[in-house]
Design a protein around this ligand. Structure first.
Ligand SMILES: [Ca+2]
Ligand SMILES: [Ca+2]
Ligand SMILES: [Ca+2]
Length: 328
């Protein structure tokens, strides 16, 4: 009896230790602490795109070191230079300015092979930049990183079920700080937002962006103080951080998290990512952007109304990964 009781006790102790270990491990993976940077990126600065028309901006990237000694590319490490550019739906920079979808020759757009025989068409408007992945494979990048505001159409062949991954970047001019220069303000906080419609080859809409998508934040700035960011489980919540323009934002902070290499693969588990948050057209402020408003029949179709989605902070979260899966 004595021996049996001891075994039972040892088992109970071991089991309790094991569950503590498991809980610790899963909590660690669940609430991943960010790396913080302070101030503006000042190394490896390069220009990706220089727009000199209306709303002129220069889209640059740079790198900045965090207090824990890691290097971060801001606003994001992209495939802009090497990636295959998505076809224009509307792009002032290429003088592609149709008045409506009827004026777009969709059949002339090449079909990218994403591993199947069924043809799909994705329409995307992103503020400011996106990259589109199907089952982990990068199939198209936004041809304009910051301005002018553009929209794109991507045709691809895939096999159901498949996973759509979209990397969204709200571009910035104060690299590493999330600020832009806007209407005389040197440190203005820009906002983001992304809308997408996916159709099958018969023209039937099979997916629209909405709160069933998952969205996770990997770079958030500007933070006036580190502790305005609240990391609660998998929710990286910067919505308490100030959104005002400031006179001098050079001492503000940013938070960064590493992007998992296979985040866009269907096998990657996003069940603990927050659901995407939806925003109205008014809130995003698209009424003066023909890259969107010329296609409201498409993006705001009464029977399949695509919502603007992002993480919980449209202003601060500047690098957000979004995913959905198209079923059988
Ligand atoms: Ca763009
Ligand atoms: Ca923006
Ligand atoms: Ca922003």
């Amino acid at each position: 009896m004595q021996t049996h009781r001891s075994h039972t006790m040892i088992k109970a102790v071991l089991s309790s230790m094991l569950s503590t270990l498991v809980a610790t491990a899963s909590t660690a993976a669940f609430a991943q602490p960010p790396s913080f940077t302070q101030g503006e990126a000042d190394s490896n600065i390069s220009t990706l795109f220089d727009w000199k028309g209306a709303n002129p901006r220069t889209a640059k990237v740079g790198s900045i070191e965090s207090s824990d000694g890691l290097q971060w590319t801001v606003p994001a490490k992209t495939s802009f230079l090497a990636g295959s550019k998505a076809a224009d739906l509307y792009n002032e920079a290429n003088n592609v300015k149709p008045n409506s979808l009827e004026d777009v020759d969709l059949q002339s757009i090449p079909v990218v092979d994403a591993g199947g025989d069924e043809v799909f068409t994705a329409f995307v408007f992103g503020d400011n930049y996106f990259e589109l992945f199907i089952d982990g494979k990068l199939i198209a990048v936004d041809p304009v990183p910051m301005t002018p505001f553009n929209s794109n159409v991507i045709r691809f062949k895939a096999k159901r079920p498949f996973t759509i991954g979209i990397m969204g970047v709200d571009w910035e001019e104060r690299l590493g700080l999330g600020f832009e220069k806007f209407r005389g303000a040197s440190f203005h906080q820009g906002d983001a937002g992304l809308v997408a419609v996916i159709k099958d080859d018969s023209g039937k809409t099979i997916s629209v962006t909405d709160n069933s998508w998952k969205a996770q934040t990997f770079y958030t700035a500007p933070l006036q103080a580190k502790d305005c960011l609240v990391v609660n489980g998998s929710h990286r919540d910067s919505s308490n951080c100030a959104t005002d323009d400031v006179n001098d934002g050079r001492q503000h902070y940013a938070a960064h998290w590493p992007i998992p290499e296979n985040w866009a693969a269907s096998s990657f588990d996003v069940s603990d990512w927050p659901n995407a948050v939806t925003y109205t057209n008014d809130f995003v402020g698209v009424d003066n952007k023909p890259a969107y408003t010329n296609f409201t029949d498409l993006f705001d179709a009464p029977d399949a109304d695509a919502q603007f989605i992002w993480s919980s902070s449209l202003v601060h979260d500047n690098l957000v990964l979004m995913r959905t899966t198209i079923g059988d």
